[in-house]
Design a binder for this molecule. Sequence first.
Ligand code: ADP
Ligand code: MG
Length: 318
Amino acid sequence: MASGEKTLTVVALGGNAILKPGQEGTARQQIENVNETMRQIGKMVLSDTYKIVVSHGNGPQVGNLMLQNEIAKEEVPSHPLDVCGAESQGFIGYMLSQSLDNVFNQNGRGDIPVATVLTQTLIDEDDPAFEDPSKPVGPFYTEEAAERLREEKDYDMIEDAGRGYRRVVPSPEPLAIVEKEPIRQLLAAHTVVIAAGGGGIPVVREGDKLLGREAVIDKDLASEQLAEDVGAKVLLILTDVESVYLNYNEPDQKPIDRMTVDEANDYIEQGHFARGSMKPKVEAGIKFVESGGKKAVITSLDKVFEALDGETGTTITK
Ligand code: ADP
Ligand code: MG
């Protein structure tokens, strides 16, 4: 099939694509998970039906980097959150791109180029999220340690469900992907691109300068922004559930096969989707189809092909 006919698709990988619940996060564990993930993504590319941009989360990875910084701070200067985000994009991008390259080579298609783009995501300095830091990041602390961080570093700290204290940072809206032009150029050159890891590094524009900010952009919303910026037709959000459900985790839970924007907004209002997990995925799907995308699909990695054919998973259309 000619490349012009391929469906440009942004595939947003959930946390379980890189690290499974309960795993401690060794490099080996992550590489093994990534290999399983990329075999499936590789199949999509090799089917010659999709042109793909991959995005991914970085929660546990950036948390570990922050913990390393915290433990080593007397010996090595610690890095701010935006720099830790860049570090996590670097190593996760390395694993994803190498793994996908290997899949192509094993299938006699070593000619397909793969590249990771270190990505910054533009946010607004005046985003209301800066008045209400809500996203927990990094390690758990004791009450005394939390108090010290409040005083010494001006961190916002909250008590997290009886498990200890954690830093919270703002979670602003993504406005644009800074590297969208180079990403488009790579796609035009038939490269599989990995971008916007962890929602991208949050940056603000001050006059003629970009400046990093200590914040976390939701990876589903950033993936949606990326999809808009590259003109994708499909936004595919892969997570650890096969479908989006009504009455999730209740006896009468029911998978949603299809929903329109209006239906999705009603379900959000009725409180069916949890804040910070399923809600941003549905919101991303709504925004994507409202901005001209053909459909958004939410499903699990092993159901990708069935879900793209509408046989399972949840499809959002206008
Ligand atoms: P990811 O790393 O893929 O973004 P999240 O944990 O953020 O994963 O989001 C997926 C989770 O959303 C599921 O594991 C599920 O527990 C939760 N969830 C909340 N509400 C719903 C719902 N209505 N339908 C399906 N899953 C839901
Ligand atoms: Mg999530």
